[in-house]
Design a protein. Structure first.
Length: 355
């Protein structure tokens, strides 16, 4: 009798790696099913979905029973739970839960998420008015009685990664200050995946910066002596994980498109910083942020050879078409520096948000 019970238990439970997310190799998904019941399967038709800030997106997820064409057995209510995976994979952020007529969204997702439900087996999640912080991996979990299964979908955002250091200079930000610095410049602290994609697109920067997982890294496409040596292999160099309160580095920020107009203000004279702020306000706009000049340059191809003030007190100008006296060798947002706000005179870049 004991041997028979042991065999039954073996037939009821098993563990296997999740097939939809190779980056989560250590994660084990436990499936439980009745001995003679159909196995519940959860499937994401696409592993990666691309969108942009301000848009709407659907993260695909459907559930089936193996060996049957029905979505559910009808004996138990279906429970659908969406969570966002964190970088250490030990914690999950609740996004949305549905069971029967009951629906609940959580945190920053409240009022922005719902199930598509195009069919009785559709558990796809719709996210509206996408924010920069929505980027990442999401888990769709479906539970019916003793059975459950999951699928993982990655939401990627179109955007640009840029290095940032404050007026104080290089290596002056702890992790929390780095997060705030990015937020103040219309961006969020970049993830490793975003920095890696930027490196593959040609980003080369020798100063190490914080990333959203708490690591400190920097991308090198042209190995050279001050940046690890001439004979090293190009890549994203990793300093490892550092104390978020005490350690100080630069930061890599990520921003996406914006709902507004970025422009260089035509003005009869050059301006001090305070005059630049007032000139934008008088024009019905605000002085532009660093994230906005990078987004306009990278995503809209904005090109202007005139140096102008930005909100953080820096002076920059975006070049999409390299030419003599305007970044002759490469397309880039050129950095002039943090001039004296009271005495130095420049133009100004403004941003007018659309209602």
């Amino acid at each position: 009798m004991k041997s028979l019970l042991f065999l039954v238990l073996i037939s009821v439970c098993w563990a296997e790696p999740h097939p939809d997310n190779s980056s989560l190799e250590h994660e084990r998904i436990v499936h439980i099913q009745a001995e003679n019941g159909p196995r519940l399967l959860v499937v994401a038709e696409q592993a990666k979905i691309f969108s942009h800030r301000g848009g709407n997106v659907t993260l695909p997820c459907k559930f089936y029973h193996e060996h049957t064409s029905t979505a559910g057995s009808g004996t138990h209510k279906i429970r659908v739970k969406w969570t966002k995976l964190t970088y250490d994979y030990l914690k999950e952020v609740d996004v949305f839960v549905a069971m029967g007529h009951h629906r609940k969204s959580y945190g920053n997702y409240h009022g922005r998420v719902f199930l598509r439900e195009s069919s009785e087996n559709d558990a796809s999640l719709v996210i509206t008015n996408i924010r920069l912080e929505d980027y990442g991996r999401y888990k769709c979990e479906v539970i019916e009685g003793l059975e459950d299964d999951t699928a993982v979908v990655t939401l990627n955002l179109e955007g640009v990664v840029f290095p940032y250091s404050p007026r104080l200079g290089r290596y002056n930000l702890n992790f929390h200050e780095a997060e705030r610095a990015c937020e103040e410049q219309d961006s969020v602290i970049a993830s490793f995946d975003q920095l890696y994609d930027a490196w593959r697109s040609g980003l080369d920067w020798c100063n190490a910066g914080w990333l959203s997982d708490g690591s400190v890294q920097y991308p090198i496409t042209k190995p050279r002596e001050p940046c690890g040596g001439k004979n090293t292999v190009p890549g994203v160099r990793n300093y490892g994980f550092w104390d978020k309160d005490k350690s100080r580095y630069d930061v890599f920020c990520f921003t996406s498109n914006f709902n507004g107009r970025f422009y260089y203000l035509i003005h009869p004279t050059k301006l001090t910083y305070d005059e630049a702020v007032q000139a934008c306000l008088k024009d019905g706009a605000q002085i532009a942020k660093v994230g906005q000049i990078f987004a306009a340059w990278k995503l809209l191809g904005y090109d202007r050879c005139d140096a102008g003030w930005l909100a953080d007190g820096s002076v920059r100008y975006p070049i999409s078409r390299p030419r003599k006296r305007c970044s002759p060798t490469e397309a880039a947002v050129r950095f002039v520096g943090f001039p004296d706000k009271k005495h130095k005179l420049y133009g100004v870049y403004c941003f007018r948000a659309y209602n």
